[in-house]
Design a binder for this molecule. Sequence first.
Ligand SMILES: *Cc1c(COP(=O)(O)O)cnc(C)c1O
Length: 443
Amino acid sequence: MHVHDRAARELMDLVFAFTAERMAMDPPPLDFSVAPDVLAAQAGQTITPEGLGGAEVMRLFEEVLGPACLSIDHPRYLSFIPAAPTEAATLFDLIVSATSIYGAVYAENQTLRWLADLAGLPPEAGGTFVSGGSIANLSALAVARTVWRDADPAREARRPIVLLSEAAHSSNASALALLDLRDLPVEVDDSDRMTAETVRAAVEGLTPDQRADICAVVATAGLTNTGTIDDLVAAGAAAAELGAWFHVDGAYGAAALCSSTRRDRFAGIDRADSLTVDPHKWLFAPYDCAAILYRDPRLARRTFTQHASYLDVLTDTDDWSPSDYAPHLTRRARGLPTWFSLAVHGTDAYRDAVDTTIATTEAGADLIRSLDHLELVTEPELSVLVFRRIGWSREDYAAWSDRLLADQVGFVVPTSWRGETVLRFCITNPRTTLDDLRACLPD
Ligand SMILES: *Cc1c(COP(=O)(O)O)cnc(C)c1O
């Protein structure tokens, strides 16, 4: 197929028209998820020997399949971590495909450099973009394991241990399982924070055998459920004392390094051996885009570079290859939409956008404090609000949440806090206003 074909040109018009219309919607429809049997009845078999043709498949997408997906960029989509890509980033995502770009190292690396500078990592720091924070955390822990094993041949047969907060994101436990690492949980305080005290208690509780087997300490800069930031100074100092790798999972929260009000909360992040930051969460990039940064990228290269006769022309040079810093080879240049948007808007606009979401969160917290039937469960640290509706049971929350979506007001699903069902807003979309939050509060 080629654009000189009439059919391909028509398809291009349809796709561009749809894209322009969807991007101009303010807000887009929230929509519902639709059960597979309903979709089967409405869309039928879409993949056929002859093909249905561009117009018909676009119609199916516009009328049936698209509306069966929730709009994660809707300003009242407040659950999980909402998406809020800039138009610049979304549009450039089209170009990444249209140009079949593979390298783009210079532009991607300037983006990584901006993140590394925000975190205070040294000039030689670097890394790559992967599909999500889960793969970024997996990559970091794989390097930590390699570094630990390579330090002493006697370690070859041992299963190293990672010190990990009880409240850490599930992707860390998943990475530990995949890498066959053991975990040693670190307790947290009332707001799920790993503190200097809980880190110290964990280190002092180690047996000599355990101490010898610690390969990494993982801290979180912005817990998914509450936005809480661990004591990164204490976690980094513990890693140094144990001779272990220090990984900071900032998939959601490290974006606030560019804010004008929250930088001080990240003290100690500059000691990280590796850092995860997801631009697709709070840095206005479309899916999928997560950065993994290493203080010393050579260690990652040792872990991941693939060797084969057909790759020698790539690996025998000193050129920087993004494929060397995670378990991947062929990759989408997925850092480019973020780069384009940063280059277009400038970093001040990013600071302002993150500041806006934090200000909206603070105003939302004040609103909740002012209402007798609602109560904050934790003090907001970044852009997450966790609160209870006094007197409600789990069923009340579920029924209310279902109704909110059915009425197309907003998408707010309950979460849990110490076993209790509660509500949670996560505000990463600068278009979300205090009025949006107000509309999504239970009576
Ligand atoms: C979202 C999140 C992850 C996982 O990132 P994905 O991009 O969803 O794979 C890891 N850690 C934290 C703290 C997160 O918030």
